[in-house]
Design a protein around this ligand. Structure first.
Ligand SMILES: [Zn+2]
Length: 226
């Protein structure tokens, strides 16, 4: 199925959902016009802090900082399958990449994968949902090119060096969806130390891909353990 057909079906599915469940603002929960992710006042007050930084030699873009408000958006997208929060994060990333002029260079969108166990317990992988909506906005195909083969637990309680060890050998290229020699966009919700993005970027780079990373929020890492 082509990306255009997939996006047409996605649009129809979303219209049906909007008819059944009215669209609500991703931040305050008030009713919004069909198709909107946030209400006008939340959109105005949302603090965007577009940033471009490097994880090793790989460029990464972020929409905002990890604040109390933004934490709620990410939590709902990650744990409650909140469609409007997922869309809000995707459209933030889309607008950011357009503003930086890199969106047209991208051949494929690749979500940071979750382990099988995580996908079963949660019922979905939020980075796939964000990537899906990003594909709808941009017309760029989503390819689940990377698999997570080991359950690692939460990274956030670990020090930087523990995170690196924790992630070693956890990811592999999908045999079915191999991507080679392309410019790919790797998507995650949040980055702190960048270890997850670094690990997966290196895997994709080993297949000849040029990797660009993008996240919704960036949190500055305070390492008390090292
Ligand atoms: Zn609102």
């Amino acid at each position: 199925m082509t990306t255009a057909t997939k996006n047409k079906l996605y649009r129809i599915g979303n219209s049906l959902l909007s008819a059944l469940y009215p669209d609500r603002c991703a931040i305050c929960g008030e009713l919004v016009n069909g198709g909107e992710c946030v209400c006008v006042s939340c959109d105005d007050s949302f603090v965007r802090k577009p940033d471009m930084f490097y994880i090793g030699k790989t460029v990464c873009y972020s929409v905002c900082e990890y604040t109390e408000v933004n934490k709620q958006i990410i939590f709902g997208a990650k744990n409650n399958r909140d469609f409007h929060k997922l869309c809000f994060m995707a459209s933030g990333i889309y607008e950011l990449l357009k503003a930086y002029g890199v969106i047209d260079d991208i051949d494929a969108v690749i979500p940071v994968p979750a382990s099988l166990k995580r996908r079963i317990t949660r019922g979905y992988n939020h980075t796939e949902k964000i990537s899906r909506h990003l594909s709808f906005l941009s017309g760029i195909d989503v390819i689940k090119a990377v698999r997570k083969t080991k359950e690692t637990g939460e990274q956030k309680t670990l020090s930087r060096s523990e995170r690196l060890v924790n992630l070693k050998g956890c990811y592999c290229m999908s045999k079915r969806n191999t991507v080679r020699n392309k410019t790919v966009l790797l998507i995650d919700d949040v980055t702190t130390t960048g270890t997850t993005l670094k690990e997966i970027s290196e895997l994709l780079q080993s297949e000849g891909n040029n990797v660009i990373c993008a996240v919704f929020a960036r949190t500055l890492y305070k390492d008390n353990k090292e």
